[in-house]
Ligand binder design. Structure first.
Ligand code: SF4
Length: 591
């Protein structure tokens, strides 16, 4: 290993504290790979949880691998020495299994870069069992649609890893991984576990336009793989075990409060693939906070909507009593109380974020955000009254059925927020700032908008340009935006089939040049995000059973066109509308 990289690796390890790593002589060697930088990977609670699950097993020797830092890549080109494990600096070819933890579609290209860089053929068909490591993949992005990475993976984990991963490891124990016969035996032993997807056993037929016409499944494999989810979160502690100042979140202990959201926002893939909504008990969270405080006084509560947590006010007060400085991953305007804001203000927060997502009542009904202007303005008022005068507002642009008036209403809403902020600033004798974050809408598989078209790059730029130009005239409003180019690449990847692997390889071969690779792509990927899907079209991701029935998703899509709202999940988890909660009666449209 190059000296400069070796020094960097040792420095990084020395800066970590918390759970300790131990080498296991003779164990199955697993490299847990986060296909992005160390700073991002170590801020990812899912990645940390899987590392803990693997690292605590006596028969597993697990090390972490990250995408090399951009500066190192630029300086050292594609040298194999860049691709090594963090703990021992080993080459990736020395591991039995490479297990990728993937949260975002735009990281798919890094999977190819890492495999190629490490001297491992990215495509499954070019690898040899015994000579090359087995490649596993899991994470939220590929639980929504695993097909874009299906040609790279030997085994894909669909859903939450907490339960399936230990079961797969049990089946692996004592097995040899030396050749294709061993792999077949391993696949036979594992393929009946719910959530285990072996893509080699699924074969797709396409029509001349590239749409899926049929899926043929090898004998012995399930026709559809059911998503796995943890019923009782208290049995699955999810907290960050290793801290370091070298991450995005800087020495903060992350603790998962809940999983799944019952609000039915139609754009939100996480809201569908993490159903049903589940809450960790307050006793377990407080236990985790107490343990976390041994490492740091900074506690981050992670959840789909932390302000929806039952009894959040009293709960935050208890955490504050323990001496923690608290942060939260998400707040909803309609469940924001003064005492929750007070706890955040007392923890030193100078800015809070809200996500109205849509600027007008009409578009918020289309996406089922379930929030009026008055609720949003009232929430902003509560934040400013607490003394926090800076606010960040997230909006999406390019939503289905969006019209010019929706963007005009967005501008008007921000102006009204500013009026309330100015009044609060006068009382406080200070000036605050509003940050408007504009994000391109990307339709996702396994959501009601899986049928919808995405806006083209020019339309997205025009819409964001209008909002920026109009709000620029106002003082103390900063408008930031994501880049339509990357949103469109995400749009290509999020609903594509396994043939996209050739495009990803071509991008990696072109040094990351998407424009050139798309120009030479003969499979129509460049146009795919902008096509409205036929009502009855068979989707590549339907090898996966996400839990929500197709007829329910389609009904939600039709309701969105009409701006018709859907009520949130009831507390008893037995409404039967979407199909996730087993044992429920037939769907009740009146709910
Ligand atoms: S079945 Fe009903 S309660 Fe259960 S996740 Fe679906 S909508 Fe929510």
């Amino acid at each position: 290993m190059l000296r400069v990289l070796e020094e960097k690796r040792k420095k990084r390890l020395a800066a970590e504290y918390g759970e300790t790593w131990r080498p296991v002589a003779g164990g199955v060697r697993v490299a847990l790979v986060y296909p992005n930088t160390y700073a991002l990977g170590m801020s990812n609670l899912g990645f940390q949880t899987v590392y803990h699950l693997l690292n605590r097993r006596d028969e597993i020797h697990c090390e972490r691998v990250f995408l090399p830092d951009r500066a190192d890549q630029e300086e050292l080109g594609g040298r194999e020495a860049l691709y090594h494990s963090l703990e021992s600096g080993s080459r990736l070819t020395s591991f039995d299994i490479l297990a990728f933890s993937i949260s975002f579609e735009n990281d798919y290209i890094h999977i190819v870069e890492i495999l190629k860089g490490a001297g491992i053929p990215p495509l499954r068909r070019d690898r040899e069992y015994g000579r090359d490591p087995m490649v596993w993949m899991g994470g939220v992005a590929i639980s929504i649609n695993p097909e874009p990475v299906a040609d790279f993976a030997d085994l894909i984990f669909i859903g939450e890893a907490d339960e399936l991963l230990p079961e797969v490891m049990d089946r692996l124990a004592g097995r040899s991984l030396r050749g294709s016969t061993d792999f077949s035996r391993f696949a036979e032993a594992v393929c009946r576990l719910e959530g285990a997807y072996f893509p080699h056993a699924y074969h797709f037929d396409y029509d001349p336009a590239g749409r899926v016409t049929a899926v043929r499944v090898d004998r012995g494999y399930p026709s559809r793989v059911r998503r796995r989810w943890v019923e009782d979160l208290d049995r699955s502690p999810t907290v960050s075990r290793i801290l370091t100042a070298d991450t995005e979140l800087n020495d903060m202990v992350l603790i998962e409060l809940d999983r799944g959201c019952g609000r039915h926002c139609r754009f939100c893939a996480a809201g569908y693939v993490y159903r049903p909504p589940r809450f960790r008990s307050a006793a377990k969270v407080l236990e985790a906070v107490e343990a976390g405080l041994e490492l740091s006084d900074r506690i981050g509560l992670v959840g789909t909507a932390v302000s929806d947590y039952p009894g959040i006010d009293g709960f935050m007060a208890e955490i504050r009593k323990l001496g923690a400085r608290v942060s939260v991953s998400s707040l909803r305007a309609d469940s924001l109380s003064p005492s929750l804001i007070g706890a955040l203000a007392a923890s030193g927060h100078k800015t809070l974020s809200l996500a109205p997502e849509g600027g007008s009542q009409r578009i918020r009904d289309v996406i089922n955000k379930g929030m009026t202007d008055e609720i949003i303005l009232e929430a902003c008022g509560k934040i400013f009254e607490s003394g926090i005068l800076n606010i960040k507002l997230y909006f999406m642009v390019g939503l289905p059925f969006e019209e010019t008036e929706d963007l005009e209403d967005l501008v008007a809403l921000v102006r009204r927020v500013k009026e309330i902020q100015i009044a609060a600033g006068k009382r406080e004798g200070r000036i605050g700032r509003i940050t408007v974050s504009l994000n391109c809408f990307v339709p996702k598989a396994n959501t009601p908008f899986q049928w919808a078209a995405m806006d083209k790059r020019s339309a997205l730029s025009l819409k964001m340009g209008y909002i920026k130009k109009t709000l620029r005239k106002e003082g103390n409003i900063r408008v930031i935006q994501d880049l339509p180019k990357w949103a469109i690449i995400q749009g290509i990847l999020s609903r594509s089939d396994r043939r996209v692997s050739s495009l990803l390889i071509s991008v990696a071969d072109n040094g990351g040049n998407w424009v050139q690779a798309l120009r030479h792509d003969g499979l129509g990927h460049a146009d795919a995000p902008f096509r409205v899907r036929d009502d009855a079209e068979l989707f590549p991701w339907e090898t996966i059973e996400s839990g929500c029935r197709r007829d329910y998703l389609f009904r939600e899509y039709k309701k969105s066109a009409a701006g018709s709202r859907t009520a949130r999940c009831p507390g008893d988890l037995l409404c039967g509308r979407c199909g996730v909660c087993e044992g429920a009666d037939s769907p009740d449209e009146k709910v």
